[in-house]
Structures are given as structure tokens and as C-alpha cells.
Design a protein around this ligand. Structure first.
Ligand code: FES
Ligand code: FES
Length: 913
């Protein structure tokens, strides 16, 4: 018996002395506010106070904590009231997904106890052990610095008609600050069975399975071992309706290390005690085909027999005669570029639980796409879609990685077969080894302009490694050539892409779908052309920036394009940063050099040339309750809040009157997935239409004019129509099936067309634009780059909520810094958060954000998307800075110290101290 004093209460537990304190707090005491992101001391999500000091609870045994005073996030609020730090986090929008928030709050509490007025530098030092993948840390720092002055956050409680554009706090923010928020691993029934995947240790192999029955019989606590034969429907999944190439459990062949072949079902301790090597699997390993060269070599074995040459598909965009035009361009810049796998590294690993209810299955899980999950599970089990219910938990970060199925396949098969609740949690290693990555790329590009610096032609040829299975490979090969020339007006373009297979992790969706890789190439060449024509990099971009009324690479004439405004917003900061770098370098004799760079991007919001509609409903019940039914999954970006803002203004009521039901596929309509920066634009439109529909129904009942004011109180609506007040008694209206007496519906599908064989057409309803500048310091002795500051200007059409938009920009930019300088997933080697580095609070510089609002006519109040645009311009800006500092043009991301140091040596830059 171990007794623990947690939040001032003594708990007598059944923990073993060696149990991790984090597990005991969560599982024995039931305080799930303490999170587990790695169980290795790397992420800090489990941070608690032990005798007043921040400590990773996953690294402390229960026995060691006995006799100490432990405070968890649940101990911060008193009598249901948030403390000052929590209030400040709430006001400044310091919690996005919220999975890191308990750890951050505990680390900050420790700091403030010792130093009530910390500096920014002290905050960075003290919070360095807690990772956040969403926020870019900016708002966390602001919240701590301004704890006594939270009015600085500029929060408003918007009145009727002014919710859109208001700095409103998150409607679901408080539960993220108290530990009450339930993520994928926080709510499974106590009596659940556990399931664990057995995965291939080889990159390419054939296998045979031996006598599993005897193994089960002879192993205590093991109830079953699932194989592909246990799948009642189709053993294949994939994100396209007609492509299901990835087996839930492999049959005879594995194509990457980490591919699941069996699944153990039983009690937790028993299934985790089984050594994988003891299972009766006979492996026959084969030489893997990895990278680009081996799979694409003449005569290479086929990873999928139906895909000749190991090529999944090719994409192209041809506008004018690019090759002839390049031949006639007097000034050319060209280069070869490479990027590697990048890991999403959300702090919440995949988790969930499932139960069979009669002939239906219910899955509670962390996901970005409840409806896609529903459809996939239905075909896996061979049942109707209506018999699958997905109930999303809070999602502790996704960034594209929680679009594909993970635990859902195992949970559904096991719960369906055994008719008992089953739960599953990936550990960090499994999360990194088994889930999707950003596509590695290999790009050749060439840009031509005239002597005045007007762009004339562009050529691009890019391969994107989709790994062992298709996942989002087709999307990447379509999206890349469209965006490959960047956000500029170019009369002639030839852009080709290929998605290729390899025996490596599956590459999927990751914030940008190939656009960040292409941006590294086009921005490097734009910098070179600017230099060759003797023009300032910003002014060169401004001259060529695509504008409203001009035709894109696909011939689409833009109705909104705010790149020029973004560049103009950056101009003062740009000139200052360039001058600062020049002055510093002229005066410096040591190894340090400064440089300022600029990067631009554009991004089509929504699926490429495909229908991707969103449906939203808003109901009004007989007692006057207004409910927004939204299937638009909030993965931390704040969709729940912005959709309520949109609903409030469309309907004409205050935000506070609207309740939200989100994500549950039994209760909400299909709003599509949270990806491709589509929710603000697509679901924002659907919400606006639903609100307007409900409003017009009310006005019709009252026979009132369109500008009438609604006052919904208890069971009646007072409709103030100029001098007249109409009253509607809601109790006299007939209840619909869901209990609402009035129901507004909204449906929006972005206006797109399919592309012809030259890739010409209108692939997206709208585009976001951005320009970012980075001032960097290069230590030429070590090859180390430090980003000193970032300025980011983003055209979002209309910020539905500026705090959420800033948060997206700051978080995306932080991921861009990772892409530029440190993040490369090396299959089989970097399967944890100490070998795979993501930016800590100490790696992220101050950022200045400019929100540019160039309205999109088809957007809700003019809004476009921001999720993915936030990341794409950062790496090019940093690489431009490295060039000004050192004269080295970066061609391979990430630009790690060893790579840069090698280039410096090759260039004869010694960096002596
Ligand atoms: S879970 Fe303890 S440090 Fe990551
Ligand atoms: S808010 Fe920090 S990880 Fe999501």
C-alpha cells in the first residue's frame, strides 16, 4: 500500500513501489489532468509539483513520492475558480489543443513561486522541459508575463452582431486549464480489455503465422490473438473512397518496419509482458527498397505488384510553353533540393476505446476526421456506416497525422469480436514508428526572368516518397505542381510531380501536403533571381506577386490575393533586419554572422478539385436552447469557438446563448475533415448558412423584416421589428426528432472544377497568402543557426477570431523552424522525443504577427484558411537569412549544424573564434 498526498488529500493506493507516479495519479487516483506524452522524461506533459518543485511524474516511482506533497493541475483552481495563472492562460489563448497545458501550468507555477515577476528569458529557461507542438510558445510567454495585467490580452465579450472578428476566449478553454478535458486515453471504462499490436521488425519481409491457439491457451491473461482472418469486412483502409491498399493486419507480406501483423487482446499487464520474439511468427526478411534510387531503379522489385516502376501516380501543370520561355529568359536560377521525413510529434499519442452495442460499434478516440473514421471502420467490419458511431475525444494535436486510422482498426475488430469494451494507447515509440510522416522530396527546379526581374517561366520536377502505402500520396502529387511556382504571376509553367513507393514509413498528410517542400525550392530560386537582377528580395517578390484578377498556374483567375499587402506590411521590419545584419557583420570579427531572409507562400484551401462539402445544423428547442451541431473537429485550432462566433452573428444572438455539440457522428452532420485549411472557409460558410436559415424561419413565423432583432428567452422569442414586437411561443411548435422545434441547415461545397490533362482548371475555392521574414544568427564555428526574430504577415481574408489566427501562425511558424533547422525523422532511428528534436521554448524567437484581411468573396465574411499557410514560408525565410549571413544557399532541409558546418568548410569559412 502506497499513500500519496495529492492536492492536499491523502490517497491510499494499490500501487507497486516501482510504478510510475504519473500512472498512479491517473489510473489509481483518477486525476487524468496529468498527461503522458512519452514516459521518458522528454515531453514534460506529466509535470507535477513535488514539494513545490516541477517534476516529471513519469520519471518518479510511487515509492519515492510517498511522504511528499504532490500538486497536480487539478489542485490549481480553488472552489471552482481559476487561479490567476489559469485566467491569464485563458485570456491569452495559451492553450490550443491543451494536452501540454497541465504540464506548462505546473512548470509556470513552480517558476512564479520562486520568482513572481520573471523576465522572458527566465520563462524560457524555466519552461524548457515542457514541449508544446501547437502554440509556438508565444502566448504561453505572454500569459506568464502579463499575469497581473490580463487586460493586455484584449479579450472582449462580443455583443449581438459583433462576434465575428472578436478576440473571444475559447468556449472550451476552461476544461483545458483545469485538467477536466478528456483526451483519447482519459475515459475508457475500468473493466476494458486492452489490445496491443505486434508489428514487423523488418522493412520488407514475408511471414507465416504458427499455432496461435496453443500460445493463447498457455499464456495467462491473454484472451485472444487477432489476425487478418478476424476482420469481418475488407482488410484494407485508405483515405480515398476507392483505394483501400493498407491492411489493418498484414497478410503474408510486410512493406515497412512497424506494420501490424497480429494484435494481442487481454489484460494490460499480461499482454505487455509478452515478448514479441516468443510469438509463433516465421519471418523471411528481404532486401528493402528505400529512398528514391532503389525503388525507382530499372527492374527493381515491385512493392505493390499493380504499380509499375514503384510509382503511385504522376501529376502535372502546364501553362504556356515553359521550356521555350526558359530558353528565351536571359536570367535563370536553378537547383536541386531535398527534404526528409518529418514527424508530427503531437504530444498526445494515439488512444481510444471501443464497445459493441448490439449490432453497432462505438469508438471513442482522438481524431481529425470522425466521418472518415466512421466510413473506414464500416467497410472494415462489413457493416453499414450508420452502425458505426465515432465519438471524438479532445484531440491533443493532429497536424494531419490523425487523419489516417490508427487505434481505430484494432479497437473495432476486437470490440466487435469479443463484445466487450477494449482500449488501446500507443506509446511514443509506436506512435512514431507506425504512423504517417511528411513526404520526403527530391526536387529539380528552374526559374527564368527578364532583365527587369519580371518572372517569365518556371520548370519543376519533384518526386515525393509516399512510403509503403498510398495514404495521402495522390493528394500530394496533385497539390504540389499547382503550388510549385509560388505565389507569383508566371506566364509559362511546367511542373511535374511523382508520388513514389518505398519500404519506409507511410507518408501522409502533414500541414501543407507537399507545399512546404516546394516552397523551399521556389523561394531559393526567387532569391537568386533577385540577386542576379540586382534587386532587393522583398521588392523583387512584390513586383512579381500575383494579384487579384491574374491567372494562377492552373489558369484560375483570383478573386482575392493579399500577398502584396503582406510584403508591404513586412517592409519596415525587413529593411531594419537587413541593415542590422549588414552592420553587425561589418563590425564582427568572431564566428557569428547575422542574416535576414524572406519567404512567401500561397495555399489553396480545401481538397484539390474534389467535392469537400460541410454540413452544419443549428437547432432551437422548445425551451429556447440554441444548439450548434458541428461535425467540424476542433483539434486545438479553435474551430468550436469560431463556429459559435459565426453561428451567433448569422442568427443574430450573443455567443453565450449558443451551446455546441461537436464531432459525434450520431449527433452532428458531416462537416468533413479538419485538414487542408478548410474548416474556417468551408464549415464557416456552412455555419453561416445554417444560422441564416434558422433566422429566416424565425422571421417568417413572426412575419418580420430581415433586420429585426431576436430576443430568445426561455420558451419564447421576442422579435423586435422596428416599432413592433412579435412573440413566438416555442412550446406551440412541433418537436422534430432531435427535440428541436426549429432547425436551420447549412451546406457548402467549395466552387471548384476538375483539372484537364494539362492541370488547368479551378482546383480551390480560395487561396491564403503569406510572407515571413527571419533574422538569424549563424555560428560559423559550429554551423549552428539561431532564429532571433520572425515577422509574419498572413492574408486570411477575415480573421474570424484574431487570437486563434495568431495562435495558428505562431504554432505553424514554430513547426517551420523545426522543418528548417532540426526535424528529420530517420526511420528506425529517431523513434522518441530525445533523438527526434522538435523546437522547445528556447528555440523559438519573438514573433510579430500581421493579419492581412483581403476578403474572399466566397468566404464567410471573407474568411480563408490559415492552418497550413502558417508553416510554409518559414523555412525559406530562414534559409534566406543563412545566405545573407554566410553566402551559402541551403539546398537540403533540415539545415542541421553538421550539414551547415560541412558547407562552411567547403566554402572556406572557418568561423574561428
Ligand atoms: S510523459 Fe513524462 S516527460 Fe513525457
Ligand atoms: S497546446 Fe501545447 S501541445 Fe497542443
Amino acid at each position: 500500500m502506497i499513500s500519496l498526498d495529492v492536492n492536499g488529500q491523502l490517497h491510499v493506493t494499490k500501487a507497486r513501489p516501482s510504478d510510475r507516479l504519473a500512472d498512479v495519479i491517473r489510473n489509481e487516483i483518477g486525476l487524468t489532468g496529468t498527461k503522458i506524452g512519452c514516459n521518458a522524461g522528454d515531453c514534460g506533459a506529466c509535470t507535477v509539483l513535488i514539494d513545490g518543485n516541477q517534476t516529471c511524474a513519469c520519471m518518479v516511482s510511487a515509492a519515492r513520492a510517498e511522504g511528499s506533497k504532490i500538486i497536480t493541475v487539478e489542485g490549481l483552481a480553488k472552489n471552482g475558480q481559476l487561479n490567476a495563472l489559469q485566467k491569464s492562460f485563458h485570456a491569452f489563448g495559451a492553450a490550443q489543443c491543451g494536452i501540454c497545458t497541465p504540464g506548462m501550468l505546473m512548470a509556470a507555477t513552480d517558476l512564479l513561486q520562486h520568482n513572481p515577476s520573471p523576465t522572458e528569458e527566465t520563462i524560457r529557461d524555466h519552461l524548457g522541459g515542457v514541449l508544446c507542438r501547437c502554440t509556438g510558445y508565444q502566448k504561453i510567454i505572454q500569459a506568464i508575463l502579463n499575469i497581473e495585467t490580463i487586460d493586455n490580452a484584449g479579450i472582449v465579450d462580443p455583443g449581438i452582431g459583433s462576434a465575428v472578428g472578436a478576440r473571444a476566449v475559447k468556449i472550451d478553454g476552461i476544461q483545458k486549464l483545469t485538467g477536466a478535458e478528456k483526451f483519447g486515453d482519459d475515459s475508457a471504462p475500468k473493466n476494458s480489455l486492452w489490445i496491443r499490436a505486434i508489428r514487423s521488425p523488418f522493412w520488407r519481409a514475408n511471414f507465416e503465422i504458427g499455432d496461435l491457439k496453443s500460445f493463447v491457451k498457455n499464456t495467462d491473461g491473454l484472451l485472444d490473438i487477432l489476425t487478418a482472418k478476424d476482420i469481418p469486412g475488407n482488410n484494407g483502409f485508405g483515405i480515398y473512397p476507392d483505394v483501400k491498399d493498407q491492411p489493418a493486419l498484414a497478410e503474408k507480406t510486410v512493406r515497412y518496419r512497424g506494420e501490424p501483423v497480429l494484435a494481442l487482446v487481454g489484460d494490460h499487464d499480461s499482454i505487455y509482458a509478452i515478448d514479441d520474439n516468443d510469438l509463433p511468427i516465421l519471418w523471411s526478411e528481404e532486401e528493402p527498397l528505400q529512398g528514391f534510387d532503389k525503388p525507382l531503379a530499372e527492374g527493381a522489385d515491385l512493392i505493390h505488384p499493380s504499380k509499375p516502376g514503384n510509382i503511385l501516380a504522376e501529376g502535372c501543370v502546364i501553362k504556356g510553353d515553359a521550356l521555350a520561355s526558359l530558353g528565351g529568359s536571359p536570367i535563370i536560377a536553378e537547383g536541386n533540393f531535398e527534404t526528409g521525413f518529418v514527424e508530427h510529434a503531437y504530444i498526445e499519442p494515439e488512444a481510444g476505446w471501443a464497445q459493441r452495442v448490439g449490432d453497432r460499434i462505438e469508438i471513442y478516440t482522438s481524431t481529425q476526421s470522425p466521418y472518415m473514421d466512421r466510413d473506414e471502420v464500416a467497410q472494415l467490419l462489413g457493416i453499414e456506416k450508420e452502425n458505426v458511431r465515432i465519438v471524438p475525444s479532445a484531440c491533443g494535436g493532429g497536424f494531419g497525422g490523425k487523419l489516417d486510422l490508427s487505434v481505430q482498426t484494432f479497437l473495432s475488430i476486437a470490440a466487435w469480436k469479443h463484445k466487450l469494451p477494449v482500449r488501446m494507447v500507443y506509446d511514443r515509440k509506436e506512435s512514431m514508428a507506425a504512423t504517417t510522416k511528411r513526404h520526403p522530396s527530391r526536387i529539380t527546379a528552374r526559374y527564368g526572368c527578364d532583365e527587369n526581374g519580371s518572372l517569365k517561366s518556371f520548370f519543376f520536377d519533384g518526386d515525393f516518397n509516399t512510403g509503403a502505402y498510398i495514404s495521402w500520396g495522390l493528394t500530394v502529387k496533385d497539390r504540389v505542381p499547382i503550388h510549385a511556382s509560388g505565389p507569383y504571376y508566371v506566364p509559362a509553367i511546367k511542373a511535374k510531380s511523382r508520388a513514389t513507393f518505398s519500404n519506409e514509413p507511410v507518408a501522409g498528410a502533414f500541414r501543407g501536403f507537399g507545399v512546404p517542400q516546394a516552397a523551399i525550392a521556389h523561394e531559393a530560386l526567387i532569391d537568386e533571381l533577385a540577386e542576379k537582377t540586382g534587386q532587393d528580395p522583398l521588392e523583387f517578390r512584390l513586383k512579381n506577386a500575383i494579384r487579384k484578377g491574374q491567372a494562377t498556374s492552373t489558369g484560375q483567375v483570383l478573386k482575392s490575393a493579399g500577398l502584396a499587402q503582406c510584403l508591404e506590411a513586412l517592409r519596415p521590419g525587413w529593411q531594419k533586419a537587413r541593415a542590422e545584419a549588414i552592420a553587425f557583420n561589418a563590425a564582427s570579427s568572431g564566428p557569428f554572422r547575422l542574416g535576414a531572409g524572406i519567404g512567401c507562400m500561397w495555399y489553396g484551401c480545401g481538397n484539390t478539385s474534389l467535392s469537400n462539402p460541410s454540413s452544419i445544423r443549428i437547432g432551437l428547442s422548445a425551451n429556447g436552447r440554441i444548439t450548434l451541431y458541428s461535425g467540424a473537429q476542433d483539434i486545438g485550432q479553435g474551430t468550436n469557438t469560431t463556429m459559435v462566433q459565426a453561428a451567433a452573428d448569422a442568427l443574430g444572438v450573443p455567443m453565450s446563448q449558443i451551446e455546441i455539440v461537436w464531432g459525434d457522428t450520431d449527433k452532428t452532420p458531416d462537416s468533413g475533415k479538419s485538414s487542408a485549411s478548410r474548416q474556417a472557409y468551408v464549415s464557416g460558410n456552412a455555419t453561416k448558412l445554417a444560422g441564416e436559415d434558422l433566422r429566416s424561419q424565425i422571421l417568417r413565423l413572426a412575419n418580420a423584416g430581415s433586420d429585426a432583432r431576436l430576443d430568445i428567452q426561455n420558451c419564447r422569442i421576442l422579435v423586435h421589428d422596428r416599432e413592433t414586437i412579435h412573440e413566438i411561443d416555442l412550446t406551440t411548435l412541433k418537436n422534430s426528432e432531435g427535440g428541436d422545434v426549429l432547425l436551420g441547415s447549412g451546406y457548402f461545397d467549395p466552387p471548384t472544377t476538375s483539372l484537364n490533362s494539362n492541370g488547368q482548371g479551378e482546383p480551390y475555392g480560395t487561396y491564403g497568402f503569406a510572407a515571413q521574414l527571419a533574422l538569424v544568427e549563424v555560428d560559423c564555428g559550429l554551423g549552428k543557426v539561431r532564429v532571433l526574430r520572425i515577422e509574419a504577415a498572413h492574408d486570411v481574408g477575415q480573421a474570424l477570431n484574431p487570437i486563434q489566427v495568431e495562435g495558428q501562425i505562431e504554432g505553424g511558424t514554430a513547426q517551420g523552424i523545426g522543418l528548417a533547422l532540426m526535424e528529420e525523422y530517420i526511420p528506425g532511428k529517431t523513434e522518441n522525443l530525445h533523438d527526434y528534436l522538435i523546437p522547445t521554448i528556447g528555440d523559438i524567437p519573438p514573433m510579430k504577427i500581421f493579419i492581412i484581411e483581403e476578403p474572399e468573396p466566397s468566404g464567410p465574411w471573407g474568411a480563408k484558411g490559415i492552418g497550413e499557410p502558417a508553416l510554409c514560408a518559414t523555412a525559406p525565410a530562414i534559409f534566406g537569412g543563412i545566405y545573407q549571413a554566410t553566402g551559402i544557399r541551403v539546398r537540403r532541409a533540415p539545415c542541421t549544424p553538421d550539414r551547415l558546418r560541412a558547407e562552411l568548410i567547403r566554402s572556406g569559412i572557418s568561423g574561428s573564434r
